[in-house]
Write a protein that binds this ligand. Structure first.
Ligand code: ARG
Length: 570
């Protein structure tokens, strides 16, 4: 919890004890949690709604406010004023600023960590593309939200396991095998790698429109693969290798590495036992030849477990995977990041896990996100109209290279910068919205150096670094002569722990992205209005350098939490 809120909560508890001796009041932390931010900062920095206590103190809110105002004392609060049933607090700028700055300096890059994850394990299942189908911009969400959630949990002290639950099993492999044999060649695939696989996949769908018999052929090839046919198995492995090589390039751009690439095929031999348990618990019923779990009582359609022909399905594999992960990692939480289109799928099989009697069912968390369109057009994977993630990043990198070299022709490492800024621009633009919002991606907007963009945030970070590079070493903070822009900046720095908490609680990286914009705005205002290195007053100069250093620490951490790199020069 925010230090200031904690202190005010404690002081409120003390004030209650003095003003209402013997009355039972909530614990200090609960009082802290009741504190609000006044809608208009002129009303105060924090407000306490006294009606929350009127029952336990048997008094009207304005009377409580008046009584508490008389006895309240806290070193960081200059005054407590009553407005109706509210007690409004105004901070003591000097005491507050000194404490916030010392918190940041002593915690360093750990500043803002809630440390709530010590000793706990979180499994995160994200990105998880379907091999042989294109890894397209629709996967941007699961990849960057998922990884950012992993970084946030690591920052909070959780032991994290990132799993790429590759879609490496299913009829699409039959399709690819057919397409490869008919229209492909080893040379072309080796040369063009995933692009050729995507071309074959797209061609299959186009040809199957005219000639539906191709679908039967594909099913037959997949059955052969399931039966262990050596030729098909070799092709299957090869397709996966090629795809993984390509995914890894994209992951490297984002600084992502997974702890496990166990995909759907990994669970083939783990499903029978779970199906047996479902039978033992009388959960399976026959529905038109297929085995299903009836979920009428929970107002959901049946969960399909075994198809008519005995083959397993997506939920069957997810159930086996969850059990395996619980047994292997003993997770406290297992998080799945997918598009909102899969909400029903997760709700269904989470319920099945519960009905199977697994007492950890409530540790499964689905984190959905909205759809992405590009420049207004929706994505269609089955037609040629797909935008691959790697192409989106490549386009962003190329455009940034052009802008950056024009802005700063003497950059030492233009390639590295273009990559960090181009990729960062895409990530930032995407993570700026609440995850459930459907977004339309416009690359030009994402790449602008002026708007609320990634390049702007990274540029602000580089600005702080360049000031510090020119300052001679660490400087001490003092609050003497603290002005309004400085105080405003310190208030934003103080909010970082709350932003981290909010992002974790709601599985919402956009909390961090929006915080970054607030911090950049406050720092840039400070930079424009206050002289830093050229400040004639040595004590103020030092204090401003110390504040710039705090910005570098917090902004650097915040950017890295949303998978962005932090070049020191742009
Ligand atoms: N491969 C799936 C897709 O691309 C996502 C898998 C998500 N993870 C899971 N355990 N179901 O739609």
């Amino acid at each position: 919890m925010l230090v200031l809120k904690k202190k005010v909560g404690q002081a409120l508890a003390d004030a209650c004890a003095v003003a209402f001796p013997g009355a039972s009041v909530p614990a200090p932390d609960d009082l802290s949690a009741m504190l609000e931010y006044p809608p208009d900062p002129k009303l105060g920095d924090l407000a306490f709604p006294c009606f929350r206590l009127s029952r336990s103190l048997r008094a009207a809110p304005p009377a409580i406010a008046a009584a508490l105002a008389g006895t309240f004392a806290c070193d960081e609060i200059r005054s407590a004023q009553t407005v109706g049933g509210y007690l409004n607090f105004f901070i003591d700028p000097a005491a507050y600023a000194v404490r916030v700055m010392s918190d940041i300096r002593s915690a360093g890059s750990n500043y803002g960590s809630p440390m709530c994850g010590k000793g706990k394990t979180v499994v995160l299942d994200y990105s998880s593309p379907n091999v042989a189908k294109p890894f397209h911009i629709g996967h941007l969400g699961t990849t960057v939200i998922g990884h950012s959630l992993k970084l946030l949990h690591q920052f909070a002290g959780y032991h994290c396991i990132g799993i790429n639950h590759l879609g490496d099993w299913g009829t699409q492999f039959g399709k690819l095998i057919v397409a490869y044999r008919r229209w492909g060649s080893r040379e072309e695939v080796e040369k063009k790698e995933i692009d050729e696989l995507v071309r074959l996949y797209v061609r299959f769908h186009a040809e199957a429109e005219e000639n539906p018999a191709l679908n039967d052929e594909a099913r037959a090839e997949f059955s052969r693969l399931e039966a262990g046919d050596p030729e098909n198995t070799a092709l299957w492995k090869w397709f996966i290798d090629i795809s993984l090589r390509e995914y890894r390039k994209t992951y490297a751009l984002l600084g992502i590495d997974f702890d496990s690439y166990n995909g759907e095929s990994f669970y083939t031999d783990k499903m029978p036992r779970q199906i047996e348990i479902m039978r033992e618990k009388n959960l399976l019923t026959l529905d038109d030849g297929a085995w299903v779990v009836n979920l009428d009582a929970y107002h959901m359609p049946v969960c399909l477990i075994l198809k008519r022909d005995g083959s397993t399905l997506y939920p069957t594999r997810d159930i086996a995977a969850a059990v395996y992960r619980q047994q292997t990692y003993h997770f406290d939480k297992c998080i799945y990041v997918t598009s909102a289109g899969q909400c029903l799928h997760f709700a269904q099989w989470f319920k099945v896990i519960e009905l199977m009697g697994y007492d950890w069912a409530d540790r499964l968390v689905h984190v959905p996100y909205g759809t992405v369109s590009i420049n207004g057009s929706k994505l269609a994977t089955r037609t040629g109209n797909v935008i691959l993630l790697k192409d989106l990043f490549a386009a962003a990198i190329e455009k940034v290279r052009a802008i950056a070299t024009e802005k700063n022709p003497d950059l030492e490492n233009p390639d590295e910068i273009a990559e960090a800024v181009g990729v960062g621009a895409v990530v930032f633009h995407y993570l700026l919205n609440n995850r459930m919002r459907d977004i339309n991606f416009v690359l030009e907007d994402a790449l602008s150096f002026d708007g609320n963009t990634g390049p702007y945030a990274q540029y602000t970070y580089a600005r702080a670094c360049s000031i510090l590079a020119r300052a001679d070493g660490a400087a001490a903070f003092s609050a003497q002569g603290l002005n309004e822009e400085e105080l405003a900046l310190i208030k934003v720095l103080a909010r970082f722990p709350e932003a981290v908490r909010a992002a974790l609680d709601a599985y919402e990286p956009s909390e961090i992205t929006r915080y970054i914009l607030d911090l950049c705005a406050a720092f840039n205002r400070f930079y424009h209005d206050c002289q830093i290195l050229s400040c004639p007053d040595a004590q103020r100069r030092d204090a401003r350098i110390a504040m710039t250093d705090a910005v570098r620490t917090v902004l650097g951490r915040a950017l890295s939490l949303i998978c962005m790199k932090t070049p020191e020069k742009i």
